[in-house]
Design a protein around this ligand. Structure first.
Ligand SMILES: [Zn+2]
Length: 328
């Protein structure tokens, strides 16, 4: 039956943009389209817009609904994959939105939800450079930190679709209180927000750095992007901040490797766009601390998927065979 349905539709539902794409079993995108989203938009209007994007990519590609296995939706926030609902998404201001049922009513094909870190993991697993391994962890270092864990050929979701909260493992039992309720969470040392906050504190205390001038003195505008760029230009403070973040990331990754014994760890997310210093330091810590056999079995690499990881992972849920193609 599935031979007659060679395509799936992937939707990446973000806080500023929706991307829709028709994807085949090799991860090729036949057609894609996008539209803006804003926090003020009503959920109904956003779902309507997603439906219109689906119509548009179908029309552009000449693919009929009869050839579509299903629609996958990747989104941030808390989801219920059994009821196909977004339970809570702060970036969209959504709570209890039955997006799956709504799109199923309109198109009559299966609809599945997946969180964005898991979608990126499935994209790497099905179509990326890590395709073929059944033990893969995708780590995103962006505004926050998260992970999608594939172990023994299964995406680990947990009972409530919340597994993989790598950003909220504690690295210091007495560390700063995190919004999640825990203390000393990794996200407080490694994320884009954490890097920006530490940079601002250092600059306020008088540390010399080219970061001071690159945002024309407005310290609140410093983000991980500027820190990455200034580090590339040799700024000592930026390099120090990334090394420190890399140290904590390495401690966290050592825990992940000890728990899951992965074959591949793939990194993505905005902070990793300038992530070489961070990654080198993390790898140094892993070599120093990790059980050596497990460290040597884990290949660490940067994602090559780019902005399409969300749609590819959302669609990739419908192509289980793609994940078994080749050995790494
Ligand atoms: Zn936390």
């Amino acid at each position: 039956m599935t031979q007659d349905k060679p395509y799936a539709i992937g939707i990446d539902l973000g806080g500023t943009k929706i991307i829709a794409a028709i994807v085949d079993q090799n991860g090729c995108i036949l057609s894609q389209a996008n539209a803006p989203t804003q926090k003020e938009d009503e959920a109904d209007a956003v779902i309507l817009r997603i439906g219109d994007l689906v119509q548009s990519v179908l029309a552009d590609s000449g693919v009929g609904l009869a050839q579509i296995r299903g629609i996958g939706i990747a989104t941030a926030g808390i989801i219920d994959t059994h009821r196909h609902m977004v339970i809570f998404a702060s970036n969209l201001n959504w709570s209890d939105v039955a997006i799956g049922d709504r799109l199923h009513e309109r198109f009559g094909v299966p609809v599945q939800l997946i969180n964005d870190a898991n979608a990126a993991a499935v994209a790497e697993w099905a179509f990326g450079s890590a395709s073929g391994t059944d033990d893969l962890i995708y780590v995103t270092v962006s505004t926050g930190v998260g992970a999608g864990i594939i172990s023994g050929g299964r995406l680990i979701t947990g009972i409530g679709d919340s597994a993989g909260e790598f950003g909220h493992i504690s690295l210091d039992p007495e560390g700063p209180l995190c919004a999640c309720g825990n203390r000393g969470c990794l996200e407080n040392y490694v994320s884009g927000l954490a890097l920006a906050k530490m940079a601002q504190e250092q600059l306020q205390s008088g540390t010399a750095s080219s970061l001071r001038t690159c945002t024309t003195g407005e310290l609140s505008r410093i983000t991980a992007k500027e820190i990455g760029e200034q580090a590339q230009s040799g700024d000592a403070l930026s390099i120090d901040l990334l090394r420190q973040a890399g140290y904590y990331l390495g401690v966290g990754l050592t825990n992940l490797i000890h728990l899951f014994n992965p074959q591949v760890i793939v990194f993505g997310g905005g902070v990793m766009n300038n992530g070489q210093i961070l990654l080198e330091e993390a790898q140094r810590v892993i070599r120093q601390r990790c059980i050596s056999r497990m460290a040597s079995q884990a290949t660490i690499q940067l994602s090559t998927m780019g902005a399409e990881a969300g749609v590819l992972g959302a669609a990739g849920m419908y192509f289980p065979a793609a994940r078994k193609k080749v050995a790494v």
